[in-house]
Design a protein around this ligand. Sequence first.
Ligand code: FES
Ligand SMILES: [Fe+2]
Length: 374
Amino acid sequence: MTELLSDSDLIERIFGHIDNNTTDLGDRVWREPAENYRSVARFEAEIKLLRRLPVAYCPSAALPEKGSYVARVAARTPLVAVRGDDGVVRTFRNACRHRGMAVVEGEGCARSLTCPYHAWTYGLDGQLTYIPGDEGFPGLDPKEHGLIPVTTEERGGLVFVTQKDPVSQGALADLPELIAPEQVVFDKSEMVDEANWKLIGETSMEGYHIRSLHNESFYPYGLDNINVVETFGPNSRIVFPFRRIDKLRDIPAEKRRLQGMITDVYQLFPNTHMSVLSNHSIMIILEPVTPTQTRWEIYRLSNKFVDGAPVDLTAAKRDAGFVSDTGLIEDRQAARSIQAGLEANANSHFTFGRFEKGIVHFHATLDELLANQA
Ligand code: FES
Ligand SMILES: [Fe+2]
């Protein structure tokens, strides 16, 4: 299990940074070719890699009951994840074994999955259970026409899917418990931006832009360029302290509570970001659509209970609205602007400095894994 910093060690590290006007630093500067944000060949290699890693698909809490399902495209593959009668989550390629229509769309709960085209019906375990007019298909063995499964694993409150021949353990290496059973999904949304998926991901992996980009949104509450950055396996954790963390100085060390004093961002390699705020958490999966277009899959969850008391859902929704109406808009604008700006051909490379340690770790890992699968 990962040894991420304890709350008390994190608080001490943050106080040290505030007192000395420092931040966590990486050990190197990274130059990433700008072409990697628009090249079709690079994009195809990344899609291939996304299919060969365990990649977060949705929170377990999005599949709360037997029969709950979530259908969507992941790494350009239509999939559907379903919780079975035995409580186990299974994922299938979302293509009917008759003539290939998606058997289900969106999210919901069902006792079986019935294809809309001719009503071939599948059990929650993917077995083909019913063919209307089956005399029209002499010799067809239903056992050989179940939905095609893909490897699925629930870990740390998330559902991970590996589509084929894994090249590495990916995000599952040392994954901490990220979502507790009492947390509930209170909002699910999607949006599409004209930006490469990595440009969007990079916006949540460093705190060097808080004062500048988020001057009137996050900066009044948060510190600029004071972060704790830890890496674990291919993943990273970036802690963004709020100004109010200073209040903890007056509280005895053993009574200090970190919740509400930071935004805790877990970057799960390669395309998932789990941000834990005061009252709610946001799980974002960045689905690459084309080299220059990305679909966001966003789940908002209530936070863990604090001292046994449920988190106030009204406060969670209010905070979630603030983030998406302010800082998130600014991050999205930055990513889209960089994408459009590639056409200026001003930069052969982008330079990530020592403050941007989480991003350097991301690119180094991505390069290594792409090289492994070549
Ligand atoms: S394509 Fe699904 S029943 Fe025909
Ligand atoms: Fe940002």
